[in-house]
Design a binder for this molecule. Structure first.
Ligand SMILES: *[C@@H]1O[C@H](CO)[C@@H](O)[C@H](O)[C@H]1NC(C)=O
Ligand SMILES: *[C@@H]1O[C@H](CO)[C@@H](O)[C@H](O)[C@H]1NC(C)=O
Ligand SMILES: *[C@@H]1O[C@H](CO)[C@@H](O)[C@H](O)[C@H]1NC(C)=O
Ligand SMILES: *[C@@H]1O[C@H](CO)[C@@H](O)[C@H](O)[C@H]1NC(C)=O
Length: 378
């Protein structure tokens, strides 16, 4: 039945209702619907599920509508969970593996058919062959060591892989390591999911690389948690079968290069069209709230500072821009609120905040509590 038919019979509200997934460190994953009526927007709850543990990150497989959740639990035993998001709203727990390594902070699908998890606390990357069920066992565990602490010993006492994601070819897996100031690079055997180490990209001492996002096939932007910078890196494939990164540009993520309060730390990075966005946690640019910074990208991918806007809460650990590019959703961790703001797809500018919703208990600064992640169901 076509959209035209449903419109004709009046069963489709032309006003789009969009769904947002949210995870909270107290163990829940939920779905919210953003609704418009009379020019105003509201967020309403549309299902939730208790997955347990301390969900720290959601990786969404849009084809199967499955959300994979890493667990940042630091004591005892960790879990990995899969949540099934029904197309009509509502969610259910579809898989739970126990006995997983502690301190999971990020994950990615790769292969296809495999899941990799970055473990901050235990200096490791683990991999799994899907599907996720109670009988899921780790396939590979890579654990890293350092001979001496890094430039910022309080944060760089040991390697701390903070994320893991494939390159645009799907042949390599990258993992920014905040503790070791490097980006680890692996070639993927697509039939077995096994990883073979390539030479790491070595970042500036004290930068603390956290997350990365590709722009086209040959540029990677990296958000550096400790130096509060974004780096533009070149991506090349020299002969010899490995991916190679090269430094090209570094910019501060703060307007007017102002001195940051202690404890400021970059959160997430994303690109949308010719724009790059970065979340700043505890930069207090809009006291008591933090910020989202944006950069315009020229045809060479060079970054130019564009705008800084309020995150509408504190510690914006994650954010996401919808496919149409007309909304941004921000997940403020310690104030535990989901903020939706308008975005102009042509100029890349973030506009008015149109909705905010408190989710579960608020967190305490520098703790693994509060709201952990947000993403669009689109
Ligand atoms: C939940 O989401 C579905 C899918 O978008 C939508 O059809 C339904 O109206 C939503 N329910 C509520 C209560 O908003
Ligand atoms: C992938 O692993 C399989 C099984 O060990 C092996 O036969 C194959 O040659 C590997 N592929 C590549 C590209 O190394
Ligand atoms: C920003 O401040 C840093 C440290 O004081 C300095 O090295 C850098 O040159 C400044 N950048 C700009 C664009 O002013
Ligand atoms: C900060 O965020 C809160 C919501 O957590 C909001 O009520 C308040 O207006 C915001 N203040 C500023 C200055 O952005």
């Amino acid at each position: 039945m076509s959209l035209r038919f449903w419109l004709a019979v009046g069963l489709v509200d032309l006003v789009t209702a969009a769904n947002i997934f949210v995870s909270h460190y107290t163990g829940t994953v939920q779905s919210l619907t953003l609704k418009e009526s009379g020019g105003g927007y509201t967020l309403v709850s549309n299902g939730s599920v208790n997955v347990g543990g301390q969900p720290s990150w959601m990786t969404y497989d849009r084809d199967t509508r499955t959300i994979y959740n890493t667990d940042e639990t630091g004591f005892g035993s960790g879990i990995l969970t899969a949540v099934s998001a029904a197309p009509g709203g509502g969610m259910s727990l579809s898989g739970k593996a126990t006995g997983v390594m502690l301190g999971g902070v990020h994950s990615t699908l790769y292969g296809p058919g495999y899941l990799a998890v970055a473990h901050y606390q235990t200096s490791s990357i683990t991999t799994y062959k899907l599907p996720l069920s109670s009988s899921l066992r780790v396939q590979e565990t890579l654990t890293f060591r350092m001979n001496s602490p890094g430039k910022i010993p309080s944060r760089q006492d040991a390697p701390h892989p903070h994320s893991v994601f494939p390159d645009p070819t799907g042949n390599f897996l990258l993992s920014p390591d905040l503790g070791a100031d490097q980006i680890r690079i692996y070639s993927i055997n697509k039939s077995t999911g096994r990883l073979t180490a390539c030479a790491s990209y070595i970042s500036q001492p004290g930068s603390g690389p956290r997350h990365g996002t590709f722009y086209g096939d040959n540029i990677l932007y990296v958000g550096n948690e400790l130096s509060n910078t974004v780096h533009k890196l070149s991506v090349t494939y020299p002969s010899g079968g490995c991916l190679k990164l090269g430094f090209q540009q570094s910019l501060t993520t703060i307007a007017n290069n102002r001195t940051l309060p202690s404890g400021s730390k970059v959160g997430e990075v994303h690109t949308q069209d010719n724009f790059l966005y970065v979340s700043n946690r505890r930069d207090l640019s809009f006291p008591p709230n933090d910020s989202i910074a944006s950069f315009s990208l020229d045809e060479m991918g060079n970054m130019k500072f564009q705008q800084i806007t309020s995150s509408g809460g504190t510690y914006p650990r994650t954010f996401a821009i919808n496919k149409a590019g007309d909304f941004i959703v921000i997940g403020d961790q310690t104030t535990a609120n989901v903020v939706v703001a308008k975005r102009d797809p042509a100029t890349g500018l973030i506009g008015a905040q149109v909705a905010s919703m408190r989710i579960g208990s608020t967190g305490r600064p520098e703790n693994d509590d509060g709201l952990s992640a947000v993403l669009w169901d689109d």
